[in-house]
Design a protein around this ligand. Structure first.
Ligand SMILES: O=C(O)CCC(=O)C(=O)O
Length: 308
C-alpha cells in the first residue's frame, strides 16, 4: 500500500515537471480549432482566452435595467442556502440548496440590495438553464462556440447562466465536461487542481439532504432518506484542514481570476472551487468529454487513490 501511495505522489510531481503550468496562461485571441485541440484540449491544460466573445451584445447590454425589461417577469430556479454553500458537505451530510422559483426581477432586487432576505441566492441551475429558462437572452450570446464545436466535432450538452451574490460558493468538485466559462460582468475566482492531484484530494460518502427555509426564516436540513449516499470532497481549499487531510499538503492548487470579457477553458476532470464578485454574471458551455484513454486512466487513478 505504501509503495502505491509513494508512486502516486511521484506521478503527480512528474505531471507538474512534464507539462503542467504553475499559473493559468492567457491567449490574446480566439484560437483555431486544430491549435486549440493540440495545445489545450488534448494535453488537458487550462487557459484564459481574451477577446473570444467581444462581439456578444451581452457584454454591453446585460445591465440590471435591460435584464429587468427583457426577462424580469420570467420565473426561474434559484438556489437558496443559509451560508452560500450549495452542493457541499455540511457535517455528515451532502447538502443541496433549496430550489426556489422566483421572478428574475426579484432575484435582481436581492442582488442590488433593494430587498433584504435571509439566505444566499445563486442562479446556478445548470442543465442549460440559459436556453431553457431564459431563451430571450440567447440572442445576446451564442448557442455554442464555433471553434470549440469544430475542435470537438460536437455541440455543447448545456449552456448555463450564472448570477449570484458574493457569498455564493461552489464547493470543490470535478466534471466530465470540457468547460468554456465566459464572464460577462464582474469576476470569478477559481481554484484549480489537475486530475493528477487526485491522490491528495479526500473523498467521503455522505447522506444527501436539502436545505429548507422554515416560515420563521431559519434553515433546516432535510434528509433525502430514499437516496443513496454520494461521494463528495469534504475539504475546503480556502482553509484546508491538514490535520484531517495531511495528503493535501502535496496538492498544487492554481488560483486564477477570470474577469469580464475573459473565457476560462476548464478542462475535463480538473477539480475546481469557485467564488465570485457580487452580482457577477457568467455563461458557460459544457461539452461532454471523450471517454477515451484519458478517462480510462483517470478511473484507474480514482481506484488507486481510494485504496491507499
Ligand atoms: O460558477 C460556478 O459557481 C461554478 C461553475 C462550475 O462548477 C462549472 O461550470 O462546472
Amino acid at each position: 500500500m505504501e509503495s502505491v501511495k509513494k508512486r502516486l505522489a511521484e506521478f503527480s510531481v512528474e505531471a507538474h515537471d512534464l507539462y503542467l503550468n504553475r499559473s493559468v496562461p492567457y491567449l490574446e485571441e480566439p484560437p483555431d480549432p486544430l491549435h486549440f485541440y493540440r495545445d489545450w484540449i488534448g494535453p488537458n491544460k487550462p487557459c484564459i482566452i481574451r477577446n473570444a466573445f467581444s462581439h456578444w451584445p451581452a457584454l454591453s447590454r446585460w445591465t440590471p435595467d435591460y435584464l429587468r425589461e427583457k426577462v424580469g417577469s420570467k420565473v426561474i430556479s434559484v438556489a437558496v442556502t443559509p451560508n452560500g454553500y450549495a452542493d457541499a458537505v455540511n457535517g455528515d451530510r451532502f447538502v443541496m440548496p433549496e430550489e426556489r422559483r422566483m421572478s428574475f426581477s426579484s432575484v435582481l432586487d436581492i442582488i442590488e440590495g433593494k430587498v433584504q432576505k435571509q439566505g444566499v441566492f445563486y442562479v446556478q441551475k445548470q442543465c442549460s438553464n440559459l436556453l431553457d429558462e431564459l431563451p430571450e437572452l440567447t440572442d445576446d450570446v451564442e448557442p455554442h462556440v464555433s471553434w470549440m464545436s469544430n475542435a470537438l466535432g460536437k455541440l455543447p450538452d448545456a449552456v448555463n447562466f450564472w448570477l449570484g451574490e458574493a457569498s455564493a460558493v461552489t464547493s470543490m468538485h470535478k466534471d466530465h465536461y470540457e468547460n468554456l466559462y465566459c464572464v460577462i460582468s464582474g469576476e470569478k475566482n477559481f481554484i484549480l487542481l489537475p486530475p493528477t492531484d487526485r491522490p491528495f484530494i479526500p473523498y467521503g460518502m455522505y447522506q444527501p439532504a436539502v436545505y429548507h427555509q422554515r416560515d420563521d426564516g431559519e434553515f433546516e436540513v432535510v434528509d433525502q432518506s430514499d437516496s443513496e449516499k454520494v461521494p463528495w470532497i469534504p475539504l475546503d481549499p480556502l482553509d484546508p484542514d491538514l490535520d484531517r487531510f495531511p495528503q493535501y499538503r502535496h496538492a498544487q492548487p492554481v488560483h486564477c481570476s477570470v474577469k469580464a470579457g475573459e473565457m476560462l477553458f476548464l478542462p475535463s476532470l480538473w477539480f475546481h472551487h469557485v467564488q465570485q464578485s457580487h452580482g457577477c454574471i457568467a455563461v458557460n458551455f459544457w461539452y461532454d468529454m471523450e471517454y477515451d484513454i484519458k478517462y480510462n486512466y483517470f478511473q484507474l487513478l480514482e481506484t488507486l487513490s481510494g485504496s491507499t
